[in-house]
Design a protein around this ligand. Structure first.
Ligand SMILES: [Mg+2]
Length: 342
């Protein structure tokens, strides 16, 4: 079956923004506390629309990544830095320390190798999905550019591992559909191999975590979140009070682990999947954004309910950016290859 790239590009960017918007009110809140507020999340959204009136830095930076790829006809370090510096004027909504501190340095012309913070936070993984989309048929460049895009602001290997794995997962999911489904074993083989050249010890640690998720998909969502929400987390990211509770720590390995776990538990409905992602507890907006990028790449826009799309602030701009990114992708990859065949 032919891949509807426009549907998948749009679905992915909408997935980020919907997950971010729905998770935002629950950022830093324990899962059990989130669920004490409602019995039906859909109803809760309808009657509390004001709570869900914005997305955060996750969506902002994702859109800036997309714009840099459009302007540069692909990855261009200077365009990426320029877009991230422009984000400072948006202004940033709920930014993480790793991003804001390094991008402020970039603004003053400090080279990225010196500006990057040694943060293992989610700042780079949450914005990487446009790279996964643009390079979905060019995996060598996908890996290189996901890594490079991460290093510009975060020198920590957990950040780059997360960015590569999420970009690779998006490329894997883009030609899968809910009709054709996909092999979960193959999904893990592909994402694990993207970081298997053991450049960093933490990358090996992440592979072990991914294998654990693969073998834990039969446990309940709650049990899985307790198991993975602080996996691999070390000081200063560890919050002792939340030991043994479902509270996703804002550390890349634990956040990506939980996002993947939840996504794979809810492969039948975008809505159910995104609801579970956004109410994970802890770094809920980012679990929503990262897991939302996977769900959006898999389900595509056509399977996203329109009321969720319309909930997103400025969603028409997101539709426009998605289309521009797709057009640029088509120009570089599809038109060229068609031409070669002729
Ligand atoms: Mg955020």
């Amino acid at each position: 079956m032919k891949t509807d790239y426009l549907d998948k590009f749009t679905g992915t960017l909408l997935g980020v923004s919907i997950g971010d918007t729905l998770g935002h009110p629950f950022e830093g809140v324990l899962r059990e506390r989130i669920y004490s507020r409602f019995s039906d999340f859909k109803e809760f959204i309808t009657s509390n629309k004001k709570l869900f009136n914005t997305y955060t830095d996750d969506t902002q930076l994702t859109l800036h990544t997309a714009k840099a790829l459009i302007q540069g006809s692909g990855f261009n370090e200077d365009y990426l830095i320029r877009e991230y510096v422009e984000w400072l004027e948006d202004p940033p909504i709920g930014p993480g320390f790793g991003c804001i501190s390094s991008i402020q340095k970039l603004k003053y012309g400090i080279p990225w190798k010196k500006a990057a913070s040694n943060s293992g936070g989610n700042g780079t993984t949450m914005r990487v999905s446009p790279i996964g989309l643009f390079y979905c048929n060019d995996i060598k460049n996908l890996t290189n550019f996901a890594l490079h895009s991460s290093n510009i602001t975060h020198s920590h290997p957990a950040a780059s591992a997360g960015a590569i794995v999420v970009a690779r997962a998006i490329a894997f999911l883009i030609d899968k559909t809910i009709e054709t489904k996909f092999s979960v074993d193959e999904f893990f083989d592909v994402i694990i191999s993207s970081i298997s050249d053991s450049r960093e010890k933490i990358w090996d640690e992440f592979i072990e975590i991914l294998n654990k998720i693969k073998n834990s998909l039969n446990i309940s969502l709650e049990a899985g979140l307790i198991k993975f929400s602080q996996v691999g987390v070390k000081s200063p990211y560890f919050i002792e009070d939340y030991l043994g509770k479902a509270f996703v720590h804002p550390y890349t390995l634990s956040t990506v682990a939980c996002a993947i776990f939840i996504f794979l538990k809810y492969l039948t409905s975008f809505e159910e999947c995104i609801f579970q992602l956004a109410t994970a507890g802890g770094d809920s907006d980012t679990v929503g954004a990262i897991g939302g990028s996977l769900a959006g790449a898999y389900f595509g826009k056509e399977n996203i309910p329109s009321d969720l799309i319309q909930l997103v602030r400025g969603y028409k701009d997101i539709l426009k950016i998605s289309e521009e990114l797709w057009l640029k992708f088509k120009e570089i990859y599809i038109t060229k290859s068609t031409h070669n065949y002729l």
